[in-house]
Write a protein that binds this ligand. Structure first.
Ligand code: WQD
Length: 339
């Protein structure tokens, strides 16, 4: 009998890719998602890729009464909490919406897990919890914060809530995954990143310049203390990130308490490195201009993922060329995303 994993917010970018990797490892998958930042078209794409119909509930994860049906109807072994809103800029504009949703979704899941005796939760956290002062390579044991935006604070708060709950509820097993910069898409090109409106993040913006949807990339600052003056980040292929979740589900099942892992490649690339790689791999040109720095940005951020390698048995397998090729393959085939 396959173990069932509930993907809360699982119709989104990371969740949909994780669903495929779980199914590949013979888990059963159930998705609960209100589609605030995802499309129901994902379900038919997942069925197309995996040949399996995905059981899903169009529910707001923060609505505990509605979510009770999911726990009633499915014997859930583990929950993966992808249900946080994730746009940094939007979180600055709408802090209350971010605190309310990103904390209430986790509260809802924790209460129902306790009520239905579900022991394991994997939480989608972010390197943003390291704040502005820590120097890369970033290590899990570093002091955290202060965060530069409400989105980051919700991740830090949820980490603390989950760790404290795991101390008090001895049946609970919590794994926190700190994502670095997820990019790329499934090799099929049938699922991928589908940001609402103008993309905030670098790679989807580059992809829309490549497709002609946007005219020119603005490089936010070329006077940082980096090899070429532009911001350096640890970009990780979304499929590698998805595989980390599968290993985290197994790891959580074998223990109690909480643990935390950086999920990054450990290699930093600058904005101009990314532009050049994307142009080379896909034989095209990305027009850009140098623009002022973006508030809240740091010069350099990349992971030390030794702990994930040693304890999860995880390491990134895909390289920058894979990330650029798979991003473009998705963008070419879906210029308007899932719309
Ligand atoms: C990367 C680099 C920019 C856009 C954020 C969140 C993190 C996660 C990923 C949710 C930086 C530069 C960007 C552009 C540019 N969020 N850039 N022109 O800021 O590292 O991380 O997104 O999952 O939690 O903090 O990612 O892609 O926005 O920026 O020059 O149009 O690209 O300055 O150096 P970031 P990003």
């Amino acid at each position: 009998m396959s173990k069932t994993v509930l993907l809360a917010g699982g119709a989104g970018y990371i969740g949909s890719h994780t669903a495929i990797e779980l199914l590949n490892k013979d888990f059963d998958v159930v998705i609960a998602d209100c589609h605030y930042n995802s499309s129901p078209i994902v379900y038919e794409r997942l069925e197309e890729i995996t040949g399996q119909k995905i059981k899903h509930y169009d529910i707001d994860v923060a609505d505990m009464q509605a979510m009770r049906q999911v726990f009633e109807e499915n014997k859930i072994e583990a929950v993966i909490d992808f249900a946080g809103y994730k746009a940094v800029g939007e979180s600055v504009q709408k802090p209350l919406m971010y605190y309310e949703n990103n904390l209430n979704t986790t509260f809802s899941l924790l209460h129902l897990m306790k009520e239905y005796n579900v022991a394991n939760i994997i939480f989608s956290s972010s390197a943003t919890v390291y704040g502005m002062e820590n120097q890369s390579p970033l290590v899990e044991s570093m002091r955290l914060g202060p965060c530069t935006n409400p989105y980051g604070w919700t991740k830090l708060m949820n980490e603390q809530i989950l760790m404290d709950e795991a101390k008090s509820n001895t049946n609970l097993s919590v794994v926190l995954l700190r994502y670095f910069n997820p990019i790329g898409a499934h090799a099929s090109g049938r699922i991928g990143e589908d940001p609402k409106g103008i993309p905030n993040n670098l790679m989807p913006y580059i992809a829309q310049v490549a497709s002609g949807k946007l005219q020119q990339l603005s490089v936010f600052g070329d006077d940082y203390d980096t090899h070429d003056g532009t911001g350096v980040r640890d970009y990780i292929h979304v499929v590698d990130l998805a595989k980390a979740h599968v290993l985290a589900v197994d790891y959580a099942a074998g223990r109690k308490g909480s643990d935390v892992f950086n999920i990054g490649t450990g290699v930093g690339y600058s904005v101009l490195d990314m532009v050049k790689a994307f142009e080379k791999v896909n034989s095209l040109t990305i027009p850009y201009k140098i623009a002022p720095r973006r508030a809240g940005d740091i010069a350099t951020c990349y992971a030390d993922s030794t702990k994930a390698k040693e304890l999860l048995g995880w390491e990134a397998e895909k390289n920058l060329e894979d990330m650029c090729r798979d991003t473009w393959n998705w963008q070419k085939g879906n210029p308007e995303g899932y719309r």
